[in-house]
Design a protein around this ligand. Structure first.
Ligand SMILES: Cc1cc2nc3c(=O)[nH]c(=O)nc-3n(C[C@H](O)[C@H](O)[C@H](O)COP(=O)(O)OP(=O)(O)OC[C@H]3O[C@@H](n4cnc5c(N)ncnc54)[C@H](O)[C@@H]3O)c2cc1C
Length: 396
């Protein structure tokens, strides 16, 4: 069986490795010159333990399984993996109910070691942090997802598969026996194609004539990092109590595997699918994003939050005050702007931000439609899920 995989992010590569292990002949195609060029290489690097997700959802089960699989994979391949632990901090009494719900949900999801801490208890974990209470997840970890992706690509090649970079997929055509793919200057024939194209998902879906009722809306996540002098103020991961209306977790403080501490990400609508800054604008992408009824409905419902996030993006002060809520000793000189990422978030026609992972099949083409955070954490489990449960036509 010849399988073509679109996207050499962590998901495409994990799927390719899983398929190659079952004896398939796999070819990964990516438009960029290196693996992990988009979301996989521009994120917080957190290996989530599965605290927040709706019990029974794909996110809840695949995050928990994916974390265990990733941990083992990192140990096996000597990739960075550090259990630095995570505090979700309530900074006001009003947030306490939300915190309790998180603790209940974490237990329901089988997250190990969850503890509820008071103001003093949380300072034993993070001496520079403040709050009225916290939920502590000691096994939440950090890794380098770019390094994991590189290792997965090496696995694929070692099992006889190939990873073709600088191969933008330009057209897909279903043929009686499978799918013909034009990528770069090459023409490929596959029995099945699996798309893990992240921000490029809608274009691939259009090529596959698989309209569907969701579209990708790019949400940029911007970060600051702590200056050398302030890094010592954060030992692990400090998160706010998330707003249950959004799939984003709110500006957090994250120790990275290289010792940097990130502050972010916020969530602002990007002006291009790969719009990593306000300067990057694509009229073609914008037309596509703004003509989707879901975008307009989402904007009508959430405009207040949107305005606040844009302000936070433009005003360093707003970003600092989000961080100071948890680590009050931080000052303006302690934060330095650093590179961010763009989330591929699926938005339904009615304006709903899709919460769960979404994968669907159109004849011989499987499309991953929504794979936002914690999809990097969950990648190995998502790959197994795709291999096991997406029934590819003609297979049993
Ligand atoms: C700011 C931010 C913070 C995050 N933090 C975390 C975190 O801490 N923990 C976590 O688990 N997850 C996190 N995530 C989510 C995580 O990064 C993604 O869920 C994950 O990387 C998705 O992987 P992917 O392979 O689907 O997408 P990507 O890594 O975006 O890969 C998609 C690939 O498809 C390629 N492609 C697109 N179109 C085409 C085409 N036409 N032809 C060929 N190639 C194409 C692109 O070049 C790209 O390489 C975060 C994401 C962001 C943006």
């Amino acid at each position: 069986m010849k399988i073509g995989i679109i996207g050499a992010g962590i998901l495409g590569l994990a799927v390719a490795r899983e398929m190659a292990r079952t004896g398939a002949e796999v070819t990964v195609l990516d438009k960029e010159a290196e693996v992990a060029a988009h979301q996989t290489g521009h994120n917080s690097g957190v290996v989530h333990a599965g605290i927040y997700y709706t019990p029974g959802s794909l996110k809840a089960t695949l995050c928990r399984d994916g974390m265990a699989m990733l941990r083992e994979y990192c140990f096996e391949h000597r990739l960075p993996y550090e259990e630095v632990g995570k505090l979700v901090i309530a900074s006001t009494r009003a947030e306490r109910d939300g915190l309790r719900r998180i603790a209940d949900r974490a237990r329901e999801n089988g997250v190990p070691g969850i503890a509820e801490l008071d103001a003093l208890g949380l300072r034993e974990i993070e001496p520079d942090a403040v709050g009225v209470g916290a939920v502590y997840s000691p096994h939440t970890a950090i890794t380098d997802f770019r390094a994991v992706a590189r290792r997965l690509a090496a696995d694929v090649e070692e099992t006889g598969g190939s990873v073709r970079l600088s191969h933008p997929v330009r057209a897909l055509r279903e043929t009686p026996g499978g799918v013909e793919v034009l990528a770069g200057t090459g023409r490929f024939r596959f029995d099945r194609v699996i798309s893990c194209a992240g921000l490029g998902t809608d274009r691939v879906a259009a090529m596959a004539k698989a309209g569907g009722d969701v579209r990708i809306v790019p949400f940029r996540g911007e970060y600051y990092r702590l200056a050398e002098t302030a890094k010592g103020m954060v030992r692990g991961l400090i998160y706010p109590v998330p707003d249950p209306r959004y799939p984003f977790l709110g500006v957090h403080l994250t120790r990275r595997i290289d010792g940097e501490v990130l502050v972010g990400p916020n969530a602002v609508l990007a002006l291009a699918l790969e719009g990593y800054s306000w300067r990057e604008i694509s009229l073609r992408d914008l037309r596509q994003i703004l003509t989707w009824p879901g975008t307009r409905r989402m904007a009508a419902t959430h405009w207040r939050t949107g305005v606040k996030e844009v302000y936070g993006s433009l005003a360093r002060r707003a970003f600092l005050s989000a961080a100071r809520r948890y680590v009050p000793a931080l000052t303006a000189k302690d934060i330095v702007r650093t590179e961010g990422g763009v989330r591929a978030q699926a938005v339904a026609r009615d304006g709903r931000l899709l919460d769960d992972f979404a994968i669907d099949a159109h004849g011989p083409i499987v499309l991953v439609r929504n794979a936002p955070s914690p999809a990097a954490t969950s990648s190995l489990a998502i790959a197994r899920h795709i291999a096991l449960t997406v029934r590819l036509p003609g297979t049993s």
